[in-house]
Design a protein around this ligand. Structure first.
Ligand code: SF4
Length: 346
């Protein structure tokens, strides 16, 4: 480990020397194109739903056999059975389809300590304490955070709302976008990403240091920090990234065989309740009802039979919710969906 840390530091020093030499030759300021609107607006067809395929759609009724399953479900069950018989250990083998530079880290190469806390300031405190010890020279740490915390593309970061930041970032990665609509910091270049990894792991850094490093190297620290996961002995992360399965999967975090430390664990119950709950207000239901009604009026003649049925079902549900919320003076409902229904909020 010491040797690898030293190699990293050597590479960082070399890079710094090259950078200083380049700067002295060229004092120009590097600029990046502004993103403008990342969402490509199109004609009305863009919003037309694809036909929804369901086992109970009328066109598939004919294929339901005596076992009560459609051909699609039967083939899915067969593939699951054959997958299960081919597995020799718990869990699925990692996919090798379409590997990218960001997927390469999914297989952990050593025991990792995951340290979760409620806030980034508490995680930063831990990092500051680690720095004071004799171990900091030989310890590699990755501080993980959400795009909200790590995004360095100011037009996106200034959106403020985590959901909008996530969506806009993902929109900017869609294929077919003009270069000036893409995020200039997304790590497309493996050499630039390697340089970020070397810098990030050469010393113990907290989340703010990562943001600063990303700005200095012009590499997104959100994606950059994910790419250092397999090289790290310690990973610090907020509760939600540890507790949400979808977040762990998206980050390639595997807890099996690793060590998990939860700081101030008495906060866990509240945090879990917040993560897996949502509150629906009458205003939300009214807005959803009017928007879906307008959509249905506009597109109903162009929608498939299945989609018409499902939209009508949604409208019935919204009507029932409105009736309930209007009836009792209670203008909100708290819902606690199952873990599988939640989306990554990081
Ligand atoms: S790639 Fe990174 S810097 Fe760019 S928009 Fe996404 S989170 Fe922000």
């Amino acid at each position: 480990m010491r040797e690898r840390q030293q190699q990293r530091r050597d590479r960082v020093e070399e890079w710094e020397t090259r950078r200083r030499a380049k700067r002295s030759r060229n004092t120009g300021v590097r600029t990046h194109p502004a993103i403008g609107d990342a969402v490509v607006s199109g004609a009305d067809d863009e919003f037309l739903l694809d036909p929804y395929e369901c086992d109970l759609d009328s066109e598939q009724q004919g294929s339901i056999g005596e076992d009560g399953y459609s051909a699609t479900v039967r083939s899915l069950l067969q593939s699951l059975e054959s997958d299960t018989s081919n597995q020799t250990s718990f869990g699925s083998p990692p996919s090798t389809d379409n590997p990218t530079i960001l997927d390469a880290e999914t297989e952990p190469s050593r025991t990792t300590v995951y340290f979760a806390s409620r806030t980034h300031s508490q995680l930063s405190q831990l990092i500051h304490e680690v720095r004071k010890t004799a171990y900091s020279e030989h310890t590699s740490v990755t501080p993980l955070g959400s795009r909200n915390t790590l995004c360095i593309h100011d037009p996106v970061r200034s959106l403020g709302n985590i959901q909008r930041i996530n969506e806009t970032c993902l929109d900017m990665q869609k294929s077919g976008l003009a270069a000036n609509k893409r995020c200039p910091y997304f790590p497309n270049d493996p050499a630039a990403l390697q340089n970020f990894q070397d810098h990030a792991l050469a010393e113990v850094r907290d989340i703010e240091d990562m943001v600063q490093l990303g700005r200095q190297l012009h590499i997104c620290p959100y994606y950059g920090s994910r790419s250092t996961l397999t090289e790290s002995q310690w990973v610090t992360l907020p509760y939600n990234l540890l507790l949400q399965k979808s977040a762990r999967e998206s980050l390639g975090i595997r807890l099996r065989g690793n060590i998990v430390i939860i700081d101030e664990a008495h906060n866990l119950v509240d945090t879990l309740s917040q993560i897996y709950s949502c509150t629906v207000h009458l205003d939300h239901v009214n807005k959803a009802f009017s928007q879906l009604t307008a959509y249905f009026q506009k597109y109903k003649n162009r929608l498939s039979g299945g989609n018409v049925i499902y939209i009508r079902q949604l409208l019935s549900l919204l009507t029932a919710l409105r009736k309930y919320l209007n009836s009792g003076g209670n203008r909100r409902i708290s819902l606690t969906p199952s873990a599988n229904d939640t989306e990554e909020s990081s």
